[in-house]
Design a protein around this ligand. Sequence first.
Ligand code: WQD
Length: 393
Amino acid sequence: LRESNDTKDYILVIGGLGFIGSHTTLELLKDGQNVVVVDNMSNSFESAFNNIHRLARKHWASRGAACPDFKLHKVDYRSPIMRTVLGGYAIQDPALSTTRLSHITGVIHFAAYKSVEESTQRPLDYYLNNVAGMIELLILLGDFGIKNFVFSSSATVYGSVLSEDGEPVEEEQLVHHPTQRVDSNGQATSLTPGIKGLTSPYGRTKYFSEAILADVALADPSWRITALRYFNPVGCEPSGLLAEDPRQKPTNLFPVVCQVLSGERPALDIFGTDWDTRDGTAVRDYIHVVDLARGHLAALAAAGGRPSELAFRAYNLGTGSGSTVAEVVSCMEKAACRSIPVRRTGRRTGDVGFCVAATDRAMRELNWKTQLSLDDCAADTWRCLRLSGKVAA
Ligand code: WQD
């Protein structure tokens, strides 16, 4: 726990040892922010904590400075112990007013189950952890007056709003109260198409969570809640120490391509070559995980400057440009200097042909945009694979 005489402020990262969480925790430390991580280790390893710390110390040592404070509580964010953990950072309010104060000045909540396929088999586990867990967390944070809350959301909330017309998807296309969709004249119309077309319990947990967050902010505008809708996070930071190491069998494109390169799979099945896209394979917005991590720092920093009518705000985190599956394969072949065997198969259930972020809101309001390219994603992915020892150099 925290030493009683510690008066420093911290950012709380829940699930901070996972793939995106660890990259975000590292960026926070490199930005000079003190971090406390709560992680139940269900889908991460303690080595991630040591690797993050090692990389952050190296960053600061090269600048002749000490690394910010970095603490880990190996706790499930839903356990009663969480109240004790947060109590360790509470500030005894001198005026003894009802508003609690804390040395935790912001929270990023990554801890959620994230497998689309698994969510169809275990919907109650997903609703319990991803939705009920978040509700309990918000109640606890509210008790401690911790109200700068960044939520890990997903482009999957757009459901069937995504079309094959090739237009980047705007945040406005999803009304947070799933009772109505507002047309260009501000007139309420039918149910947001997204909720009808959400293709999995996982996607619905993200959609319902956003609706709940919007309701909380509407009821109490002292919150500053930010939902970050990730498009397709890929790659890893250059050392390769924080590469994704899923305990489940991967189904996402980049990890599957890695399994083909390492010989764990004979070929990549390309799901559908008859989409209405430039080469017939589906288009996605692949964002480097380091760019994604930096988007969280920008969101934390910008929250305080938002007016109360924007107590809840959602942002797309994507590059704004799309790549086809075939283009990803070519990029990875170039990075690995070897060919990747592919098999052309039918479409995967629930897939859409096109999903690319409109990025102007994040650029305008968070002063954030991606810096890294698909080639950078491929090069870092290949380096991580080589460093893992799964492929010969
Ligand atoms: C990308 C493209 C596939 C594997 C998923 C989740 C979404 C979000 C991000 C959490 C698609 C094609 C893939 C393969 C293929 N996760 N593909 N062969 O489906 O865009 O989004 O991850 O928030 O919720 O749905 O990502 O990497 O699975 O697929 O052809 O073996 O690659 O059809 O066009 P997706 P993906």
